[in-house]
Design a protein around this ligand. Structure first.
Ligand code: NAD
Ligand code: IPM
Ligand code: MN
Length: 371
């Protein structure tokens, strides 16, 4: 059938709270816009661990395996100390990224004009910010071998990891960046630490080689990662597409989140290779984690998760108009003053997670009634 299969996995901490709002949004698009999808909810984390001995039980693994797209909430937090490290590792998010080969992680950074009063950066710095970080997600120091903890003859412990990139791993993620840039402002900035790391020397040479071979129409620049972190705060408008390795992308995207007002605002898509049927497995998730400091309070910002649904509509469902509609509804909700605590200016009324979901659904109803 032409139904797209979506697995909805809230996970832990604020994950289930924000994902519940995204679920309402998905249901709205299925009911009101006839988006052809079937939703399957599945559990992840401490709760299924206590019931089954696995953080990722069979039913959840099956739901994710058969899905075209996974909507993920979050994993982690203090509750994870109740799960032994081995059980945790067996079903980890990193394991899933690796299992489905989700190598291209898109993290769009957009400044909302409505948030300029509460954003930590000045309005004149934020005005017009619109760029995408593409983070390589299946290699680098996160996955390199050897890794481990050993005890030295003198009794000290030594932890070690291996940073690594092969030419193919670099080329495929760089290709994603160049292709995306062609649909935008045609600029790629590749970020590395080629003044120190051999991995980065190979990274830079391969990016340059691919650029020469296939993408010489795209403007290509390079930055060292330390400078890139500074430039993101100094003048984020200069960027269109930024491509970088796993750990640099992790750090730079939390940093760049501040250009959108809050970490709670940032969506992401993690894409695998295109298969022989032209399909591309994808996992959509907010960039933030389980936020143990606010979990269970019903005050988390659901917009990062809701905007991840917009990416799902655009990239997996191929429904650009619906994606635009949802992004517009989020901006309308913000413009009407809807604020969770993390994006509230002093004295503003603070909405709960559910109330922010209400605000987005109201905006969807209003905008679609006008059309
Ligand atoms: P975090 O992203 O969970 O939280 C960082 C800070 O941002 C906290 O102060 C939190 O309250 C705030 N925040 C995050 N999301 C928010 C939201 N939606 N609304 C309002 N405020 C929000 O990062 P952390 O505290 O370093 O990590 C907590 C746990 O989450 C760790 O176990 C970490 O490994 C895990 N984590 C998981 C994912 C994921 O599942 N993809 C991503 C990042 C971190
Ligand atoms: C993210 C998270 C993860 C990462 C953690 C939870 C393993 O911080 O998705 O950004 O480091 O990739
Ligand atoms: Mn992170």
């Amino acid at each position: 059938s032409n139904m797209v299969k979506v697995a909805v996995v809230g996970g832990e901490g604020i994950g289930p709270e924000v994902t519940a709002q995204s679920r309402r949004v998905l249901d709205w698009f299925a009911a009101k816009r006839n988006v052809p999808m079937t939703l399957r909810e599945a559990q992840y984390g401490l709760i299924p661990y206590l019931a089954t001995g696995k953080v990722l039980p069979e039913d959840t693994a099956e739901a994710m395996d058969e899905a075209d797209a996974i909507l993920w909430g979050a994993t982690g937090g203090p509750e994870t100390t109740e799960v032994p490290a081995a059980a945790r590792k067996a079903g980890s998010l990193l394991g899933l990224r690796s299992k489905y080969d989700l190598y291209a992680n898109l993290r769009p950074i957009m400044a909302s004009p409505a948030l300029s009063a509460s954003a930590p950066l000045k309005p004149e710095v934020l005005d017009g910010v619109d760029f995408v970080i593409i983070r390589e997600l299946t290699s680098g120091i996160y996955f390199g071998e050897p890794r481990g903890i050993e005890t030295l003859p003198d009794g000290q412990r030594r932890g070690f990891n291996t940073e690594q990139y092969t030419t193919n791993q670099i080329r495929r993620v760089a290709r994603s960046a160049f292709e995306l840039a062609r649909t935008r402002r045609n600029k790629v900035c590749s970020v590395d630490k080629a003044n120190v790391l051999e991995t980065s020397v190979v990274w830079r040479e391969e990016v340059i080689r691919l650029h020469k071979e296939e993408f010489s129409d795209v403007e290509l620049t390079h930055l060292y990662v330390d400078n890139a972190a500074m430039q993101i705060v100094r003048e984020p408008r200069q960027f269109d597409v930024m491509v970088t390795g796993n750990i640099f992308g992790d750090i730079l995207s939390d940093c760049a989140a501040m250009a959108s007002g809050s970490l709670g605002m940032l969506p992401s898509a993690s894409l695998g290779p295109v298969d022989r049927f032209g399909r591309r497995k994808a996992l959509y998730e907010p960039v933030h984690g389980s936020a143990p400091d606010i979990a269970g309070k019903g005050i988390a910002n659901p917009l990062g998760s809701i905007l991840s649904v917009a990416m799902l509509l655009r990239l997996t469902l191929n429904r650009p108009e619906d994606a635009d509609l949802l992004e517009q509804a989020v901006q309308t909700a913000l413009a009407s003053g809807a604020r969770t605590a993390d994006i509230a200016e002093a004295g503003a009324k603070k909405l709960s997670t559910v109330q922010m979901g209400d605000a987005v659904l109201n905006a969807l109803d209003k905008i679609s009634a006008k059309e």
